[in-house]
Design a protein around this ligand. Structure first.
Ligand code: KG4
Ligand code: ZN
Length: 360
């Protein structure tokens, strides 16, 4: 008899549900929220309201697509951290309701663990240990992935995440939100060597990243060269390509160096920024040159989705690792300090009002 679970993800601005059957993704529904575009970033209050509207149809959609009934579910997995607390609570409360109504266990999933293991969906045979580079809108992290449940955090950004650098840069350039896909698209027509933007920290021996200086240098570049507003056409494409190159260069250089110095033979790049076409090309080239394996996942499993939550949920379910119904959501955030020491900060839902963008 097959074993089936439902997974829910609502940590930021995607409402998503998936069904995982016998360790494989049976269905996946993702609804994005276009309303944030006008604000140039995710508005927490709008996000939680939109989750409230979409959670029930998204869950029903995933069940229908997988061709199953609620009675077929053995457990329900849900993202509990990190993320926008108001958004997380919508998914968490839906999951709790389903678990109570059906008398099945609840599984709490850490969003970053889900990104790390998302690589298993498309590469079930991946060999441990590997270096996991998590590049999302809220985090830029390096993990030594020793096995399922065995993660050593060995690097983090000190300030902005790589996705944040794309989004904030795009905003300065007058592009929509999220900025990453727009910059990626425009950069394809531009010259990555047209302008020389700073490469953040690529200090040897220190596994931290820093992207806030890059964003600032773009701001000054635009102020000095385009005081009347960002350019369009070829000039815009050149800026996008050069700005993107600075982010990609930093990620590729640091990740390949850390993999080699840590004795790891392959790198898995996961999270929304892993979709970036230039990052994919450059990472494949550099890994090939250094004899490292390079793994990534299809775009649908790179940006936020419930399938990756379901994969972690599956492994927890077969180990019997369940969460109490009293569990709450947390807006935790992982950052390095200027010495490269990594801290995980954050508040749980009881201590946080809905209105922080922290911890995405
Ligand atoms: O993992 P994700 O969906 O959400 C978080 O957990 O944050 O990542 C979203 C981030 C956004 O910053 C978005 O701009 C970025 O991923 N992103 C991209 C691309 N597609 C999405 N960045 C660069 N190039 C892309 N093609
Ligand atoms: Zn994410």
């Amino acid at each position: 008899m097959s074993r089936t679970l439902l997974a829910i993800e609502s940590s930021c601005d995607e409402t998503s549900a998936a069904v995982v059957r016998d360790g494989e993704v049976a269905s996946l529904i993702i609804t994005s929220q276009p309303d944030h575009n006008a604000w140039g970033g995710v508005v927490p209050e709008l996000a939680s309201r939109a989750h409230l509207t979409s959670i029930a149809p998204v869950v029903r959609g995933a069940m229908t697509k997988a061709g199953i009934q609620f009675g077929d579910l053995e457990a329900v997995a849900v993202t509990t951290e990190p993320g926008l607390v108001g958004s997380l609570l919508v998914g968490l409360n839906a999951a709790k309701g389903i678990a109570v109504a059906l008398g099945i266990p609840l599984i709490a999933v850490h969003h970053i663990e889900a990104h790390l293991l998302s690589v298993l969906i498309d590469n079930p045979g991946i060999e441990f240990p590997y270096l996991g580079l998590v590049v999302s809108g809220g985090h830029t992290l390096l993990y030594k992935v020793n096995g399922i449940g065995g993660y050593e955090l060995i690097g983090a950004t000190r300030d902005d995440a790589a996705g944040e650098a794309f989004d904030k840069g795009a905003k300065l350039l007058g592009l929509g939100y999220p900025g990453g896909p727009e910059v990626d698209r425009l950069a394809a027509e531009g010259n990555p060597k047209a302008h020389d933007f700073p490469r953040g920290t690529i200090r040897k021996g220190v596994n931290d990243f820093s992207f806030s200086g890059l964003k600032t240098s773009l701001r000054y570049f635009l102020r000095d060269n385009y005081p009347d507003g960002p350019p369009v056409g070829a000039a815009l494409a050149d800026i996008c390509a050069s700005y993107q190159e600075a982010i990609v260069d930093t990620l590729v250089t640091k990740a390949t160096r850390v993999a080699e110095s840590s004795g790891l033979k392959s790198i898995a790049v996961v999270g929304g920024v892993a979709v970036n076409s230039r990052l994919r090309t450059r990472m494949a080239e550099e890994c090939g040159r250094r004899g490292l394996g390079y793994y990534t996942v299809r775009p649908i499993y790179s940006t936020d989705n419930a399938a990756m939550i379901g994969i972690v949920g599956w492994h927890k379910m077969i180990r019997g690792s369940f969460a109490p119904l009293t569990i709450t959501a947390r807006a935790s955030m992982i950052r390095a300090d200027r010495h490269g020491n990594i801290r995980e900060g954050g508040k749980d839902a009881a201590a946080t009002t809905n209105g922080t963008e922290d911890g995405r």
